[in-house]
Design a protein around this ligand. Structure first.
Ligand SMILES: [Zn+2]
Length: 439
């Protein structure tokens, strides 16, 4: 298994420039060719779907149990202790970009298929390991799959956490705009899907008492800040804490706390008022009529970027809404709050949640496999605010391959995989497919 994993890790399969017949460039296509070759060597049927994705299959019948893993990776980045493209074993772990996300899961699933074939169990459904090549950059691979291939009957994507993710919140992207502000410049954050962790704001030096502002800033949870004067301007450089947009309360928004301190210090400004009304500090959507929740979780709201251009300030808003709400309900609730005399909020994208009830046959079959193999009943399937392949394909949820409380440095330097857990993943996936064969 490790030798085969090393063959996949060897390919730098980050998205590259599109080439004729290789929509995501050389790297993902080479990793796909390698994975399909491994599948052929193991005696399975293989199909390449135009280098968008491919699949490796055993069994027969009209139903398809799909396992959707991905071969593309995020850039290796800096800070590695080993070569990210050479699988390196150390103290019971293997290191390399993609070992946990998601190339290890490809090999674990292939060995689950091999074990099932060798066990003699009746394979009266097809078991199809789908190999995506564009998960990290938009999942166009699965869009292509849906255009050219049969839908799945059931299955999972091994690209999340055990013991399974039965709900993925809906998403809504908005943009707040305001052209009425005394702020001279404001720049905060760099991606919409993370909490704005640093914000630099410039105002006229005489427009506010610096002592009052300092008092107000001292009361915030900001990690640090500096107040300096340059060219008649007061520069507020505030540092908060980054967090993923789906868990904004784990972060400290540098822009939001700068603006709330300005207001508290007596800075009267339409933008500051509009921001605090509509976005605010609570991350709960109340300012947009969206303070909603269901028994599976609360709506979350994150402001990731604040920037100013040609006198207009824009703020990105990333909302994750509860799994039992529809996009129409979100639009209806927010509509009365989108326009005001101070500015506007525009809905840019709205997408449906994914939800399979926790007692549905799919969720139960997968959860039972986890419990049967590990004996661990301390943690139940969850709802998350992110999005996986499960939103792109019919009939599946995310299931593994990370274990609860594991930190495999996904998307980070020194990505790793515990060899014992690699074997446990294989055992769980074998049992999961068996349960789905009998579902
Ligand atoms: Zn992944």
């Amino acid at each position: 298994m490790l030798a085969k994993l090393a063959r996949l890790v060897r390919h730098n399969s980050r998205q590259g420039e599109a080439l004729e017949g290789k929509p995501f460039g050389e790297g993902p296509a080479a990793a796909l060719a390698e994975a399909l070759e491994i599948g052929r060597e193991m005696g399975f049927r293989t199909v390449n779907l135009d280098n968008y994705c491919g699949y490796i299959e055993i069994g027969a019948g009209s139903d398809i149990i799909g396992i959707a893993a991905h071969l593309d990776i995020v850039p290796a980045g800096e800070g590695w202790d080993t070569d990210p493209f050479t699988l390196t074993e150390k103290d019971g772990w293997v290191y390399g970009r993609g070992v946990s996300d998601d190339k290890g899961a490809v090999i674990a699933t292939l060995y689950a298929m091999k074990l099932l074939r060798e066990s003699g169990v009746k394979l009266d459904k097809r078991i199809r390991l789908i190999l995506g090549c564009n998960e990290e950059s938009g999942s166009l691979c699965m869009k292509h799959y849906n255009e050219v291939e049969e839908p799945l009957t059931s299955g999972f994507t091994p690209d999340g956490n055990f013991p399974g993710i039965y709900g993925e919140k809906g998403m809504c992207a908005m943009l707040l705009r305001c052209s009425s502000s005394k702020i001279v410049s404001i720049e905060g954050g760099f991606v919409s899907n993370a909490v704005c962790s640093r914000c630099v704001t410039k105002i006229q030096a005489g427009s506010i008492g610096q002592g009052k502002l300092k008092n107000a800033l001292d009361k915030t949870p900001l990690t640090s800040y500096t107040l300096t004067e340059e060219d008649g301007l007061l520069v507020i450089d505030a540092v908060g804490t980054a967090a993923h947009a789906s868990t904004p309360l784990l972060g400290v928004n540098a822009a939001a706390y700068t603006l709330s301190a300005l207001k508290e210090a007596g800075f009267k400004d339409d933008f500051v008022d509009f921001y605090l009304d509509r976005i605010g500090l609570a991350c709960d959507g109340a300012g947009l009529g969206l303070k909603i929740s269901d028994k599976y979780g609360d709506l979350t709201l994150n402001n990731g970027i604040v920037s100013m251009k040609d006198g207009e300030i824009t703020c990105t808003i990333d909302i994750r809404f509860p799994v039992t709400y529809t996009t129409d309900q979100i639009r209806d609730l927010a509509t009365p709050y989108l326009t005001s005399d101070k500015g506007t909020v525009e809905i840019q994208r709205l997408s449906d949640p994914l939800f399979y009830p926790p007692d549905s046959p799919l969720v139960r079959a997968l959860y039972n496999a986890y419990v049967e193999v590990t004996g661990d009943t301390s943690i139940k399937p969850q709802v998350i605010g992110g999005g996986t392949y499960a939103k792109s394909l019919h009939g599946i949820i995310a299931f593994g391959c990370e274990f609860p409380d594991a930190d495999n440095h996904i998307h980070d330097a020194n990505e790793k995989l515990d060899i014992e857990e690699f074997l446990a993943q294989t055992a769980i996936y074998t049992q999961a497919i068996l349960n789905l064969l009998q579902n």
